[in-house]
Design a protein around this ligand. Structure first.
Ligand SMILES: [Zn+2]
Length: 260
């Protein structure tokens, strides 16, 4: 689970290996040359699809780093930012998409054989990574893992962002916001730290042109005893919404005087 340290903008954040549904960032004071030279590395791993038995090679992330500020929805900065394709697996035969396709519950077969699921994978107008993440989200939803579903859909929005596909990016961000809001309403946070979940939902809503709903959450959240980074992020979001800004912004932009 992502720690509130993810809101610490502008700090060097070497990351060794992603593991959780969010980004398993670790904060550090390291800005030394050794850390800066740390590169992204991958492992080519043989994977057996639990749904159809196909054996294929997946490039898994062995190590990477994050330097600078994450976005307001905690999408990490480079180099971790560009490693998304390694975060999810897609069987080239049956199309089963999951964080680990070697694990399969037979109850999921109706999901991956569904016509809409297969059409999504075959959609040539959709970036392949976005389709993979959308389908992984469908699998997560059917498995009642709503937190994973929300993250998969938000990551699909990131994949659309990278290809400058604005309408679907907004659509899937909006879907992620609804799922996250449902999770939080049940009392489960989607990231660690008080107010962190609300801050991410607000960004999803703002960027999908649902500013009025975002402002209502901000108003409620600012009445809570959240830490200064969260409060500054929410105040910044309010300013963005008031000027109709639906673009990507980083956490560090919300912190004119970074909290230490
Ligand atoms: Zn398969």
């Amino acid at each position: 689970m992502l720690q509130t340290s993810g809101w610490g903008a502008g700090r060097a954040q070497p990351l060794i290996r992603p593991g959780d549904e969010a980004h398993n960032q670790t904060t550090s004071d390291c800005g030394d040359e050794t850390t800066k030279k740390q590169m992204t590395t991958y492992l080519s791993e043989s994977t057996t699809c639990g749904a159809c038995g196909r054996v294929f090679i997946h490039k898994s992330l062995a190590s990477t780093n994050s330097f600078g500020s994450p976005d307001l929805d905690l999408r990490p900065p480079e180099m971790h930012r560009s490693t998304m394709a390694s975060w999810v697996q897609r069987c080239p035969t049956c199309g089963y998409c999951a964080k680990d396709v070697s694990k399969f519950d037979e109850k999921l077969r109706c999901v991956i054989e569904d016509a809409n699921y297969q059409l999504q994978l075959a959609d040539k107008d959709c970036p392949e990574l976005a389709s993979t993440l959308i389908c992984a989200g469908k699998v997560s939803e059917f498995s009642a893992d709503e937190v994973a579903a929300g993250w998969n859909y938000l990551r699909a929005a990131w994949a659309f962002d990278d290809q400058k596909c604005d309408p679907p990016a907004s659509q899937w961000r909006s879907r992620a916001a609804d799922i996250f809001a449902g999770v939080v309403a049940k009392g489960t946070p989607i990231v660690g730290g008080a107010g962190g979940s609300q801050a991410i939902i607000v960004d999803c809503l703002r960027r999908s042109s649902r500013g009025t709903e975002a402002l209502a959450i901000i108003s409620q959240a600012l009445e809570q005893d959240y830490d200064d980074v969260i409060r500054q992020a929410l105040i910044f979001q309010k300013q963005l919404i008031e000027r109709g800004d639906v673009a990507c912004h980083r956490v560090e932009e919300a912190l004119p005087h970074p909290v230490t």
